[in-house]
Design a protein around this ligand. Structure first.
Ligand code: BGC
Length: 250
């Protein structure tokens, strides 16, 4: 079986897994290292190299789900990462960390969304599907009949004077010590605003917090049906591996 390495860079940890991209499953355990403080490109490159070394069973291209607008490997935004990422060729940096293997970098929510649409909660779903990842920020991935509109960044939409991700990310829940009903109320406001602007047919709720879906699902309300991500915290890793495999198959 050929395994592809997928990596997901989050606000607190960088996770990696060996993915069988024919089935979209992680084979063996995920490995992780703490996200370096400030997450500068140099420190991140070293952390990526450490992780990559732990997967001798993976060959070929490496995929990275990264919290920024990414076009042709270059990072264009830096909401929760060091500003020096803007203009950095993250694909080249990943390739260097991987000893010259191809490095494929994509927005983290897009990676998670692609994984959910192929092998998770959105499989076969027609119409407009919006994947939301709740973590340090709020990531969004928008699909129309299964096709992605990349880099949508709707977590930065301003709602009543405050960015959606500054109101309702999973990090805000912990830093502001919100209980599930209070946090869910904020999420409901965000979902209502997205509904009024985009009228999606389905929301998929993912990100680290989706591990605790049972604790807050009962408080969520929206005119759009809501489903939990089935790949939960592995979606970014699996999606990154899909992108990596397909970039060389093309
Ligand atoms: C970033 C997005 C990312 C999201 C989730 C936001 O702050 O701007 O690119 O997808 O966080 O990590």
């Amino acid at each position: 079986m050929s395994l592809t390495l997928g990596i997901d860079l989050g606000g607190s940890a960088i996770k990696a897994g060996a993915v069988d991209t024919r089935t979209g499953t992680v084979v063996g355990e995920l490995e992780s290292v703490p996200t370096p403080r400030g997450a500068t490109p140099q420190a991140t490159r070293d952390a990526l190299a450490t992780l990559i070394d732990r997967f001798p069973q993976c060959h070929g291209p490496v995929g990275l789900a990264f919290p920024s607008v990414i076009k042709r490997g270059v990072a264009y935004t830096a909401a929760n990462i060091d500003r020096s990422w803007i203009g950095t060729d993250a694909g080249a940096l990943l390739a260097a960390a991987a000893g010259g293997r191809p490095g494929i970098v994509v927005n983290d929510a897009d990676a998670a969304g692609v994984a959910e649409m192929r092998v998770g909660a959105g499989r076969g779903e027609p119409g407009v599907v919006m994947m939301l990842t709740f973590g340090t920020g709020i990531g969004t991935a928008l699909f129309v009949d299964g096709r992605l509109w990349p880099n949508t960044e709707l977590g930065h939409l301003e709602i009543d004077g405050r960015e959606a991700e500054h109101r309702a990310s999973a990090k805000v829940r912990t830093t502001e010590n919100l209980d599930w009903p209070a946090w869910s109320e904020r999420v409901n406001l965000v979902l209502a605003r997205f509904h009024s602007l985009l009228c999606p047919d389905l929301y998929i709720v993912g990100g680290g917090v989706s591990e605790r879906w049972e604790e807050f699902a009962g408080y969520l309300e929206s005119p759009t049906p809501i489903r939990p991500a089935t790949l939960r915290h592995t979606a970014g890793v699996v999606g990154a591996a899909f992108y990596a495999t397909e970039s060389v198959a093309r």
